[in-house]
Design a binder for this molecule. Structure first.
Ligand code: NAD
Length: 478
């Protein structure tokens, strides 16, 4: 008997959770349920995190969490509980299988069986944002080597366990050479450890277009957080309905399972919602906790029910569907089919689907890190970069020199184009003069000189070489 935490959530959440639990218990799931309250009621009681401290204790103790969708109230500083849960519990891997059920669910892509493995903790979702000038705000895109290694390895281990043939990586490393470049590099490194699995990399824009047009060309796709968030909804939707997909959020210690859709408040309390997305999450949970026989029984009964044309309103279609049913009727139909297999759709067989045993990340030996310059960002309301260059040249200590000014990344000095549109946010890059080495003291001196010259510095970024390799981007046009 495995104890799991359950949250029934908001909107259609309680109805689809009741249906899901009824099905898996009828199938013989050996689970003991500990229920917690999360979401709207908790938010509106004044708790901006949407969850009480004692509920965290329950989640951390049971380690397995089945969560129905919740409603995040608009505005008011309410934090997304999903993002918080993923990050607090270190749930670095978000796995979203997207499968077409043609001809029973209408889809433009009859052959589609993709699993999106989305990095779940970092990237632009680190949520570190600042307004720096009147005109410019920034969001930090953080990509770490441990983050990349863990998610890429998870994708290959998943492919191995589920007998998948290929892992594809999507990034935009032609533009973001450091961040997406690291993700791609780690992908290439780890792919070598799995010679039996085909691997490939696509630039995300054309990769996404290809996925939306020819999804049968893909198998497992691994990608950084933001791309994965967007593309997993696209992938689920083009199978026929976003309401059919579930997701597993996996960490070293804990795991959370859910539907990918939201709480659909307009459908709440009407007994019409489709419980399939949450049921798919629950099936992944059963596999995760080693109850794969039950998982297989539920999945095959679910496929048979859809094949029989027993459909909730969202997938009901005159011609292909036979009977439009309520949430509870759908659950009862799946229960009646337990023990049966689909005849036309491919039945599943879960032989080896327990939680993937991942190695702990081992920190690498540090590289030799050398400070080779600094970018000083300033707010300046002028328009002519030559004027700014004259001003900032004066703040360089004797052993440093202004090398470049960019505006939104594009080089505007020296030899900029008068056509380049400039905001009030400028980056001034300083390097040591030939043969000199610099330390942090020179940077402090630069900043002190800037105060003296009345230059409004808003941030600095140190420029480093790691083992002799420059580890920062050049200005566009440099
Ligand atoms: P939504 O996914 O709730 O609904 C989008 C559309 O899909 C609606 O027309 C809805 O009726 C339909 N739909 C969704 N699930 C369905 C189901 N199981 N059966 C039948 N129809 C279904 O997205 P939304 O309207 O943008 O968001 C509503 C609320 O859900 C918001 O408060 C949002 O913050 C929250 N949300 C929560 C989660 C989560 O808890 N994981 C995820 C996304 C959105």
């Amino acid at each position: 008997m495995k104890k799991i935490t359950v949250a029934k959530g908001d909107g259609i959440g309680p109805e689809i959770m009741d249906a899901t639990l009824k099905i898996i218990l009828a199938a013989g799931a050996e689970i003991e349920i500990e229920e917690i309250q999360v979401g709207e009621k908790v938010y509106l009681s004044g708790n901006t995190s949407g969850i009480a401290p004692e509920s965290w204790d329950v989640i951390r103790r049971n380690k397995v969490f089945l969560k129905a969708p919740i409603t995040t109230p608009q505005g008011g500083g309410y934090k997304s509980l999903n993002v918080t849960t993923r990050k607090f519990l270190g749930l670095y891997s978000n796995v979203r299988p997207c499968l077409s059920l043609h001809p029973f669910i209408a889809t433009k892509h009859p052959v589609m069986d993709i699993v999106i493995v989305r990095e779940n903790e970092e990237d632009l979702y680190a949520g570190i944002e600042h307004q720096q000038t009147d005109e410019v705000v920034q969001c930090l895109k953080l990509i770490s080597r441990p983050g990349c290694e863990k998610i890429v390895r998870y994708a290959f281990e998943y492919a191995k366990q589920y007998n998948r043939k290929k892992v594809t990586c999507f990034t935009k490393d032609n533009i973001m050479k450091q961040t997406d470049g690291l993700f791609h590099k780690v992908f290439d490194e780890i792919a070598k450890e799995y010679p039996e699995i085909e691997n490939e990399h696509w630039i995300i824009d054309i990769g996404a277009a290809k996925m939306a047009d020819t999804p049968e060309a893909f198998d497992v796709i691994v990608m950084p957080n933001l791309y994965g968030d967007v593309l997993s909804d696209v992938a689920a939707q083009i199978t026929g309905s976003v309401g059919l997909a579930g997701s597993a959020n996996i960490g070293d210690e804990c795991a959370m399972f859910e539907a990918i859709h939201g709480s659909a408040p307009r459908r709440a309390g009407q007994n019409v919602a489709n419980p399939s997305g949450l049921l798919q999450g629950a099936i992944m949970m059963l596999n995760h906790i080693g109850q794969s026989t039950v998982a297989e029984k539920v999945q095959n009964a679910w496929l048979k029910t859809l094949e029989d044309g027993i459909h909730t309103y969202d997938i009901f279609k005159e011609g292909t569907s036979k009977k439009q049913v309520s949430t509870t009727e759908f659950a009862d139909a799946v229960i009646a089919n337990l023990g049966q297999k689909p005849e036309i759709l491919k039945a599943v067989s879960y032989a080896n689907t327990a939680a993937i045993n991942m190695p702990k990340y081992v920190r690498k030996a540090p590289k030799t890190k050398k400070l080779v310059g600094v970018d000083i960002f300033v707010q300046w309301n002028g328009l002519n970069p030559d004027e700014l260059a004259e001003k900032v040249k004066r703040i360089a200590p004797s052993d440093m020199k202004l090398k470049m000014i960019t505006n939104r990344g594009i080089k505007v000095w020296p030899e900029g184009f008068s056509e380049t549109f400039c905001t009030d946010h400028w980056r001034c890059r300083f390097h040591p003069i030939e043969g000199e080495a610099i330390g942090k003291e020179e940077i402090i001196q630069l900043l002190n000189n800037a105060i003296r010259e009345d230059i409004d510095t808003i941030k600095t970024e140190n420029l480093y070489e790691f083992d002799g390799v420059a580890a920062y981007s050049l200005g566009q046009g440099q």
